[in-house]
Ligand binder design. Structure first.
Ligand code: SAH
Ligand code: SF4
Ligand code: F3S
Length: 478
């Protein structure tokens, strides 16, 4: 998420990642990431594995011997963007045949060796669970072969690997707490690209949070496709609590308990998490958020549609009433909590009436922020196999524009309500518009911009909000 922008399609914004503190390696690697935060977090694992092979990360692809593109398959346009990038990198390879190009992540998993055979664009194809194999894949390429590993794992969580932090600010960091997804929403490619759900050992999560705090970081975001179903019981595939043995139950850690452990690392370390799933988000989690000041008052709770009929077709596991009841619990247990969502317009069989129900749900929740997408059919998903992508492109677009406009109005109204209030803001960096200004976030995840004074990134500041746009709060330090 870029600071303060309404990002309509985060998955198509590639970002070159580099790190200032890993310049020890003599060989240079360029690493570009697309897609969700989990993919960015995976790139930090990849950087760590390759650092052990003597590679340091550069943000100039022209000087790289190795180019990795960590890809996303969530919508067709995310893949198109990557294909175009690969063509650009291939032009470089024609001039300098020694350069090795690898495709990592979800598109690698989805297309497997097709990327090597049909398009001849790449040397290495590595799925999300095969990053430990990258050094071996690279040596296969050095021996003159093309290399593929797209095996999905039941156990891999990269728990023992210390990520090389690639985010530039040194204040906020991601920690992956689980991998894969067992939900099978009918539109979604993730269960196929990331495999079965598994949770990571909580002790390794705590160690990572402690290390980050020592290194000066002041905020961690715990990542998973469905953090509410996090359950550690000793390792392996996801299980329900009721199906655990008495011993496993005894040592088990659920998401609320994990939150408490991470929040206890240090009061000055903020804790965020993403993504919550409406069918699994418990009041226990909400009470834990209310109990600890440093667990931020912000929940991203993707609804996808306001129509129970469409939600059923999407196989989301909840209906409109259930979702609104979850919102009610959030408002009761955590007054003032920031809430955001994801929406898909034009899913199979979505009628004009169904779309109106989405608008009316938006009116009743009044989200602070939302990511909004047009439905994009993905090969092999339930929807592709069993349903028809029958909402025409024009209606998809019109409906999308309608929800974007409504959301912009709601974001602006929500921001106006903050004017006059004061918030504790964690400073993340210098504002893009002016060197004399800093930006940070309040607990509710609003971006706040204010004059620099003597402050610096990593500091907390008490800021009074004096003005706003639909994306940003403008404040004065108290
Ligand atoms: N695990 C998260 C979402 C991961 S994907 C959850 O369950 O909410 C991020 C978002 O991309 C989804 O919330 C959805 O809004 C969107 N998305 C997923 N598949 C899509 C598709 N086929 N077409 C359009 N948008 C899609
Ligand atoms: Fe996809 Fe649904 Fe899993 Fe989210 S919960 S990753 S939308 S299958
Ligand atoms: Fe994209 Fe894979 Fe994330 S498909 S959204 S990078 S899990």
């Amino acid at each position: 998420m870029k600071n303060g922008e309404i990002v309509l399609d985060e998955a198509i914004q590639g970002q070159a990642l580099s790190s200032d503190n890993n310049s020890t390696g003599s060989k240079k690697m360029y690493l570009e990431s697309y897609g969700c935060q989990m993919n960015f977090s995976d790139s930090e694992i990849v950087a760590s594995i390759m650092k052990d092979q003597g590679y340091s990360v550069t943000d100039n692809y022209k000087e790289a011997e190795l180019i990795f593109v960590n890809t996303c398959a969530i919508r067709e346009n995310a893949e198109t963007k990557v294909r175009n990038r690969l063509k650009e990198y291939n032009a470089i390879k024609r001039k300098n045949p020694g350069v090795v190009i690898g495709v990592l992540g979800c598109m690698a998993e989805r297309l497997k060796s097709k990327l090597l055979e049909e398009e001849k664009l790449v040397d290495i194809v590595a799925g999300p669970d095969s990053y430990r194999d990258l050094p071996n894949l690279l040596s296969q390429v050095e021996d003159g072969r093309k290399a593929v590993n797209v095996i999905l794992s039941k156990e891999e969580t990269y728990a023992d690997i210390s990520p090389v932090r690639l985010s530039k600010n040194g204040v906020t960091a991601f920690i992956s707490i689980m991998r894969g997804c067992d939900n099978m929403c009918s539109f979604c490619v993730v269960p196929f690209t990331r495999g079965r759900e598994r949770s990571r050992d909580p002790d390794t999560i705590i160690d990572e949070a402690q290390q980050l705090y020592k290194d000066g970081f002041r905020e961690v975001t715990l990542l998973g496709q469905n953090v509410d179903s996090y359950l550690w019981y000793g390792g392996g595939l996801k299980k329900e609590f009721k199906n655990l043995s008495p011993d496993e139950q005894l040592q088990s850690v659920n998401f609320a308990q994990l939150l408490e452990k991470v929040a206890s690392v240090n009061k000055e370390l903020r804790v965020r998490f993403s993504t919550s799933h409406p069918k699994d988000m418990t009041d226990e989690v909400l009470h834990m958020m209310a109990k600890h000041e440093n667990i931020c008052d912000y929940i991203h709770l993707p609804v996808q549609s306001g129509s129970s009929e469409v939600l059923q077709n999407m196989n989301r596991g909840y209906d409109r009433e259930w979702y609104l009841n979850r919102i009610k619990s959030i408002r009761e247990i955590i007054p003032g909590c920031g809430i955001s969502s994801d929406f898909i317009t034009g899913f199979c069989d979505e009628s004009e009436q169904n779309h109106k129900e989405t608008l009316s749900l938006m009116e009743s929740v009044k989200y602070d922020f939302a990511y909004m997408f047009k439905y994009s059919e993905r090969p092999n998903t339930q929807a592709e196999r069993k349903m028809t992508d029958n909402v025409d492109e024009k209606s998809k677009k019109e409906r999308l524009n309608e929800i974007i406009q409504l959301q912009q109005k709601h974001s602006f109204e929500a921001n106006q309500k903050h004017v006059g209030n004061s918030y504790k803001v964690l400073i993340e960096g210098t504002s893009r518009k002016s060197d004399a200004e800093l930006f940070g976030r309040n607990s509710q995840n609003n971006v706040v911009v204010f004059a620099k004074g003597e402050l610096k990134p990593g500091d907390y500041a008490e800021v009074k909000i004096v003005d706003c746009t639909s994306a940003t709060l403008i404040g004065e330090v108290l």
